[in-house]
Design a protein around this ligand. Structure first.
Ligand code: MF3
Ligand code: CO
Ligand code: CO
Length: 262
């Protein structure tokens, strides 16, 4: 199991792809309103990526995935497929997951959006907990830390809020490949894993559920849903291990002040 250490040239290219992916999430925010179909959201992103960014939406055709982004609503955990009959309504929570291929390198990020102003307290807390669990994991990253720590931090925090961490999907190394080693678990495992090293680039992308962590794949062979029909939330960043800590390659403008170090 080879883990690639990226050189500065590669880091620059991956950073570019990551920033393009982050910009798609920033761009689409204004469209996430009651009444829009998930298909329209997919098409707006597709056009932006291909025509304005001159980049490729990496999910389109990936292992047969039919759409340019993943849109996962309410009890959909991940890999949701857009549809013209799937109309967003007030109170929905939606994850949009964007992966960009540009100059032969990938960047991968996702976030939750609130549809309208009638979001339940439970849904808000779910999304906030998913986001905070990602930030807490990012905050411990530095060379010499064991991989195990990432899952430990996420699981401890999420369970302290009485939510559960999905086990079936994990973060991943990324670069010249969409998915490469290492696998990044979001929960504690028996394997303590290796030590983080400068130049490693991978995603952290915890999926957390209101109820039980069990999920299933629906009969379209992609859409992943919670077994108990409770809501699920996910945030994803691509991160680089630096000499002193880490850098969020998919950071958005609104997040920059949160991560300003004094
Ligand atoms: N972007 C997802 C991830 O975070 C992968 C989506 S694969 C697809 O790894 F085929 F469902 F698009
Ligand atoms: Co990913
Ligand atoms: Co993703």
């Amino acid at each position: 199991m080879k883990i690639f250490i990226k050189n500065s040239e590669e880091i620059k290219k991956i950073y570019k792809s990551c920033q393009l992916a982050a910009e798609v999430l920033e761009m689409i925010e204004a469209y996430i309103l009651p009444g829009i179909s998930t298909e329209e959201i997919n098409n707006i992103c597709h056009n932006y990526i291909t025509k304005i960014q001159k980049a490729k939406p990496a999910t389109l055709g990936y292992k047969g995935f039919p759409k340019s982004i993943c849109i996962s609503k309410n009890n959909v955990v991940c890999h949701g497929i857009s549809n013209k009959n799937d109309i967003l309504k007030n109170g929905d929570i939606v994850n949009i997951d964007v992966t960009i291929l540009y100059n032969n390198y990938y960047g991968d990020t996702s976030k939750m959006f609130f549809v309208g102003n009638n979001i339940s307290i439970e849904s808000k807390l779910l999304c906030l907990t998913a986001q905070k669990s990602l930030y807490k994991a990012i905050n411990i990253l530095k060379p010499g830390i064991r991989l195990y720590k990432i899952g430990q931090v996420i699981q401890n925090y999420v369970e302290s809020k009485k939510f559960s961490v999905v086990r079936n999907y994990c973060g991943h190394g990324i670069g010249k490949n969409f998915h490469e080693n290492p696998q990044i678990l979001h929960y504690k495992s028996n394997d303590y894993g290796f030590l983080l090293k400068p130049g490693m680039i991978f995603t952290i992308e915890p999926m957390i559920n209101v109820g039980h962590y069990d999920v299933y794949i629906t009969n379209d062979n992609w859409t992943v849903k919670t077994k108990d029909k409770t809501n699920s939330a996910q945030y994803e960043h691509t991160v680089l291990i630096t000499n002193s800590g880490s850098k969020i390659l998919t950071i958005r403008q609104e997040e920059k002040k949160k991560f300003m170090k004094i």
